[in-house]
Design a binder for this molecule. Structure first.
Ligand code: ADP
Length: 175
């Protein structure tokens, strides 16, 4: 039985990520999506939210699990008894980064292999950061993410907007 892990920040999960998971689920007996538990301040969604959004997005896949993780990816792979790390590749900049990480991971644990799946053409331009930017500026991102993620994004941005209105009003009052 071959287990693979698919690590990432997934802030939030996009249709590009789902495409990679769908394809990995066919290639491997078990796929564990590992949501990186990095400090919340750099991310829009906290770890619990990112895990919940991902779980809902892959609920149709029986051999896929979702879990948070921190520390070295190769250590987590070993802990999960996974022989493979799956990553998605979009453009040449992804390749350079993945290549460097793969060499480092190979040094840290020569038994874990990296398998990179090329993005499908229609998802080539999707990145979590770009879609957050587009959404914040009022762009329609509904075809780029699962429905529940689009709703979560809109909620986050309207909460932010409401907070900044309150903050500005408080600042004005204090003058
Ligand atoms: P990280 O911070 O680890 O790069 P991301 O959530 O941005 O986390 O990406 C996780 C993985 O999914 C990475 O391997 C990334 O290259 C891949 N990925 C991101 N967007 C896409 C996409 N549109 N198509 C294919 N793979 C993607």
């Amino acid at each position: 039985m071959t287990t693979a892990i698919y690590p990432g920040s997934f802030d939030p999960v996009t249709n590009g990520h789902i495409d990679i998971v769908n394809r990995a689920a066919v290639l491997f007996d078990k796929v564990i999506i590992c949501v990186y538990d990095v400090p919340m301040k750099h991310l829009m969604f906290d770890t619990k939210e990112r895990v919940a959004l991902m779980k809902k997005a892959v609920a149709h896949l029986r051999n896929v699990q979702v879990t948070p993780y921190n520390g070295l990816t190769v250590d987590f792979a070993r802990k999960m008894k996974a022989k493979v790390i799956v990553r998605g590749l979009r453009m040449s900049s992804d390749f350079e980064r993945e290549f460097e990480m793969a060499l480092m991971n190979k040094k840290l644990d020569p038994d874990v292999e990296l398998v990179c799946l090329m993005t499908s053409l229609e998802y080539q331009f999707i990145s979590s950061s770009l879609l957050k930017e587009a959404c914040e500026l009022g762009g329609d991102i509904t075809s780029l993410v699962p429905g529940h993620v689009a709703i979560a994004l809109k909620k986050k941005f309207s909460a932010r907007k409401a907070n900044s209105v309150v903050r500005n009003a408080t600042i004005r009052k204090s003058y």
